[in-house]
Design a binder for this molecule. Structure first.
Ligand SMILES: Nc1ncnc2c1ncn2[C@@H]1O[C@H](COP(=O)(O)OP(=O)(O)O)[C@@H](O)[C@H]1O
Ligand SMILES: [Mg+2]
Length: 326
């Protein structure tokens, strides 16, 4: 069986003046899957979305989206995709229902009124139906924006940081919507700064660092690579060295010592490490414990592990222009 890709890009580049926002983005998103573009602020996620949705032209590289060439068949690409950005595209003066009807008419959907009502219902937008969009809460407005991008039933949906700034309940509703869309066969490419979000939603994660994909894999693969962050607080500073030796052995990584906080911590590469085992081993080594923790890796941990530092500031690229070779 061969895989069909809804998004396939090669070497996409984009500059803004001296800033190289994208420096050769290679991306493959299989049809019917959810791909999470995960990366910190400034990594190039929005630029990638703007390129792949034909809002910007690439300086170099090529891509096929929904079976069409991004540049030569831009109009065909636009007909097959939906996009919701960091900024809402709905009209603040119109009500939720009016906005959806307008979108439906613009896109020549046959029964615009019925489609609008269907989407209001589906996204729990009853409260937004008769109120001007500008008066809606952030969560409702984001959902309305998402509904608007689905008016035409796109094959590929692009969501740029769909839950940034939302409360947990609104975030959960967006997550449910993404899962439902995937179940219907829609391919979704979403960007996020949250490891948890990518973990919950994505079949595959592409880690974006300074305009490039630094790593790809399933959430499980990524987590197995990074593991958890293990930390122990000792009751007696004299035991810090002993605690470090235990962490070194259990995590396979060099622990960081904080003498002031009497804390030692390390990113574990062993996905089977549990808190009880950590405590047991520290006990067995005679370490007097004040506290022990095992927490999921943060985006920072992931970047420290899988990129060369996690510093995504690419505003100053004067010394690496020579990398730009085909
Ligand atoms: N229109 C623009 N003009 C100048 N620089 C831009 C523009 N858009 C993005 N950039 C720069 O490109 C880089 C990538 O930005 P962006 O794609 O928005 O990243 P992300 O969405 O991952 O936060 C950043 O350094 C950003 O400042
Ligand atoms: Mg962005």
């Amino acid at each position: 069986m061969t895989t069909t890709y809804a998004v396939l890009s090669e070497g996409l580049e984009k500059r803004f003046g001296t800033v190289r926002a994208l420096r050769g983005l290679d991306l493959a998103v299989a049809e019917g899957t959810v791909c999470g573009l995960l990366g910190p602020n400034g990594a190039g996620k929005t630029t990638a979305v703007r390129l792949l949705t034909t809002l910007l032209r690439p300086d170099a590289g090529s891509a096929r989206v929904a079976g069409h060439d991004l540049v030569r068949e831009a109009a065909a690409v636009r007909r097959r995709i939906g996009v919701t950005g960091q900024y809402a595209s709905v009209d603040g003066d119109l009500t939720g229902r009016q906005n959806l009807r307008l979108f439906a008419r613009l896109h020549r959907v046959r029964d615009a009124a019925a489609r609008a009502d269907e989407l209001l219902d589906r996204f729990g937008l009853a409260d937004a139906a008769d109120r001007p969009a500008s008066t809606l809460s952030g969560g409702l407005r984001r959902r309305l924006d998402l509904a608007a991008s689905l008016v035409r039933r796109p094959d590929v949906l692009f969501l740029d940081e769909p839950t940034t700034g939302l409360d947990p309940a609104s975030r959960n509703r967006i997550w449910e919507a993404v899962r439902a869309l995937k179940a219907e066969g829609t391919t979704v490419l979403l960007t996020t700064q949250y490891l948890e979000e990518a973990d919950r939603l994505a079949d595959d994660i592409a880690l974006v660092d300074r305009g490039r994909v630094a790593h790809t894999g399933s959430p499980a693969e990524l987590k197995a690579l990074v593991g958890a962050y293990a930390e122990a607080v000792v009751a007696d500073a004299a035991a810090l060295g002993r605690a470090a030796a235990v962490l070194d052995r259990l995590t396979g990584a060099e622990p960081a010592l904080d003498h002031e906080r009497r804390t030692v911590g390390a990113v574990s590469t062993d996905p089977t490490l549990t808190l009880p085992r950590l405590v047991r081993e520290l006990d067995a080594a005679g370490v007097p414990l004040a506290d022990a923790r095992l927490r999921p890796p943060t985006l920072d941990d992931v970047f420290l592990r899988l990129t060369d530092g996690g510093d995504s500031d690419n505003s100053n690229d004067s010394d690496d222009g020579k990398e730009l070779v085909a």
